[in-house]
Design a protein around this ligand. Structure first.
Ligand code: FDA
Length: 409
């Protein structure tokens, strides 16, 4: 399918494709790149080294893609410049993407906390985005590797290799949408940061985010599989109330994944078990209704028994419920609400849902995502130093930043 492409320029001797020109070349056929292509105009080519477009969309949300969040605001994103995301998020909102889904009759539902998922399969979203690109007259090349990139003063020249054949594509606009470093097995690379550096843009420190914590002594191994409601607070005071899950290697679950984006290596986190349950009243009532029972037995009515067993020695959960003084109840609850833990690290980019940090937003226009240092060069999506919370925010950033660049071109 080569609707917009100009006649191929062939070398008279080898008859190999040597050059082609497009108005816009987009590197990366993920969420941001595909959505950008839907708005960038007919002479748009999207290239990606993966076998198929939109791989992360396909596997996201357990195959149903948590594609946006009803409550999206700039406050749900981490960036050195917390204002940067505002403009793009305001001009292409969660409601705009919902409209698009509705136009394609893709059924969706809210699961929890404003998180929207496909009723059926995330593949519907990929098909929708590819249809949008095709309707706009654009084209997607997968299994295409990206080589040298330069700007010759008039246009970009990008060396590509497709089906074993080297070719050069020239473009008036170059959009970098190759994402972050998360999950190298899925094809993630640091290409966006290399291109940014080549064109004189700064890149902030990057780190795995939305990622489980690990503990070198594997002390939570006996608790693997236990889940409990918790509040996880990092040293900067950011707190998330959601489920916490113990794993063989450490801690996971939404509350932990959220906190990991704010965690600084070497610091503690504070875990509050069942923060919203009125344990004080339950224990005080227990003094009369089950006074002869062990404190651990009463606690296990409200908190997973394996977790209580695990905490018994550390928190000295000894004696009978009936013997508890008010002060002792307060002390037990204070311990359960401020359990200090020091992760030794995280599971890293191998499993991180996103990469925090990235292209320094100081080098980009917040309205168009264009690089200030190089006209016609745009950075969108996860590659940029804008990292969303868990819950559909990262895809919303991909849609919004892709739209900002696509409509500016
Ligand atoms: P994305 O990573 O999607 O796309 C980049 C593209 O560039 C890829 O297709 C890649 O192959 C290509 N590429 C990279 N380097 C290249 C190179 N050197 N040459 C050629 N091509 C190259 N978010 C959310 O909001 N809701 C959710 O439910 C989930 N769930 C989820 C699950 C899992 C397991 C992961 C790993 C991540 C999520 N996310 C998520 C995060 C979300 O997937 C992510 O933020 C977006 O996909 C980012 O979109 P981008 O288009 O910026 O990058």
């Amino acid at each position: 399918m080569t609707r917009f492409l100009p006649p191929l320029v062939r070398d008279a001797f080898s008859r190999h494709l040597i050059a082609m020109h497009v108005n816009t070349l987009i590197l990366g056929a993920g969420a941001a790149g595909l959505h950008c292509a839907a708005y960038a105009g007919p002479s748009t080519l999207v290239v990606d080294h993966a076998k198929t477009a939109g791989e992360k969309i396909r596997i996201s949300g357990g195959g149903r893609c948590n594609f946006t969040n009803l409550g999206t605001t700039a406050a749900n994103f981490i960036s050195q410049n917390p204002h940067f995301a505002k403009s793009a998020l305001a001009r292409y909102t969660q409601w705009d993407f919902i409209d698009l889904m509705d136009r394609y009759k893709i059924a969706w539902h809210e699961k929890t906390l404003g998180q929207l998922f496909c009723d059926d399969t995330a593949k519907d979203i990929i098909a929708m985005l590819l249809a949008e690109v095709e309707n706009a007259g654009g084209e997607v090349w997968t299994q295409t590797s990206i080589g040298n990139i330069r700007h010759d003063g008039a246009q970009f020249q990008v060396a590509l290799k497709r089906h074993g054949q080297a070719q050069v594509v020239t473009a008036d606009n170059l959009v970098v949408a190759t994402g972050g470093k998360s999950i190298p097995k899925m094809g993630a690379t640091g290409l966006a940061y290399e291109i940014a550096t080549q064109f004189g843009l700064a890149v902030t420190d990057t780190r795995p985010a939305l990622v489980p914590f690990t503990f070198s002594d594997e002390k939570f191994k006996p608790l693997a599989g236990v889940a409990t409601p918790a509040r996880v607070t990092t040293n900067d005071g950011t707190a998330f109330d959601e489920a916490l899950l113990f794993t063989h290697r450490g801690l996971s679950g939404p509350a932990v994944l959220q906190a990991s984006s704010y965690w600084v290596e070497g610091e503690d986190v504070s875990v509050s078990i069942s923060p919203d349950f009125d344990l004080a009243s339950a224990l005080k009532a227990g003094r009369t209704t089950e006074g002869r029972k062990a404190l651990t037995t009463t606690l296990a009515k409200y908190i997973p028994a394996r977790l209580i067993d695990f905490l018994t020695a550390d928190l000295k959960l000894t004696g009978n419920t009936g013997d508890l003084s008010d002060a002792r109840i307060d002390a037990v609850i204070a311990d359960l609400h401020n359990w200090k833990l020091k992760p030794s690290g995280t599971e890293g980019y191998r499993t991180a849902e996103v990469t925090a940090g990235g292209i320094d937003t100081n080098g980009l226009s917040s309205k168009t995502m264009e690089a200030k240092a190089q006209a016609g060069l745009y950075f969108i999506g996860e590659a940029v130093d804008v990292t969303g919370w868990l819950g559909g925010y990262n895809f919303q950033w991909a849609w919004s930043s892709g739209y900002a660049a696509g409509t500016a071109i």
